[in-house]
Write a protein that binds this ligand. Sequence first.
Ligand code: UDP
Ligand code: MG
Length: 326
Amino acid sequence: MKKPVLTIVVPCYNEEDVFQETARQLTAVLQNLQTEHLIAPESKLLFVDDGSRDRTWSLIVEESKKNPFVTGVKLSRNFGHQRALLAGLEAAKEYSDCVISIDADLQDDVRVIREFVVKYWEGFDIVYGVRRSRETDTFFKRATAQGFYRLMKKIGIHLVYNHADFRLMSKRALEELSRYGEANVFLRGIVPLLGFRSTEVFYDRKERFAGESKYPLKKMLAFAFDGMTSFSVAPIRFITLIGFLSFLLSSVAGIYALIVKLLGHAQSGWTSLMISIWLIGGLLLMSMGLIGEYIGKIYQEVKRRPRFTIEENLYNNTQQKERVNV
Ligand code: UDP
Ligand code: MG
């Protein structure tokens, strides 16, 4: 087999604190892989600047001038982690045989990248990095994440347990991924749907090297909710079920009320009336909200807006230059 061109895609949002260290460690990884003849010399580190407001982009540009491995793509504004990642994957796919995605904060163990590549040589199209334990996460993050996986499984969404966006994908897997044109990008849900031969590699997740999490609770909840409603109509079914049950219950109550009335000792049931009005009102509002959520999704999807916009692309420039030189 020909040595594959590997591109490591790193989404960065306000990562000036970690950028240099990340670039250093990943460069070392690429160098080692090259000396081992596991990857082609054209392999690259592709940093995607997701509209950072700090010095991240200028650091990327500077680094790309002195480090031949480093290159970058700048998005025109903050599009969020998933779309930034997608932008990187789409850009990298053209010139690479396989692409690895990893977060900028070095929480994922860069040493397992070698294992990813070995698996690629063995013929796997998708290699998932799976966290062995979540000891370094805060208790809160751990609990919410576990709850999330459990819930997703319940409603029928297949996710790889404890796998974030640290994975290798082959060119043909990426090409398939491009055909999933949805605006609500939830890569962890889409990638298992691609099929192909896939495997898992285990590693220990570390603390963030520096800087702080770009996923505060609000974003995390939004992410979980998006993941759920983009992949499953189970929540809508659940609402239908509740509606049906409450209908049954109120029919029984209605019959009871009728019997009481016929027997002649009907007390004007003010309490029960009020309770049921509130109950039904609440149920209705809840169902409408949930259905509205899906309609909102449909609205977003039918607009077919571009999912990201690239403002500057060092990667294409360098690749084209290198091609001319070859
Ligand atoms: N990120 C991004 N755009 C955003 C938020 C985050 O590109 O809007 C990147 C961030 O720079 C990092 C990765 O996504 O490389 C994961 O973010 P973070 O480490 O903050 O998330 P956590 O590990 O806390 O879930
Ligand atoms: Mg992180």
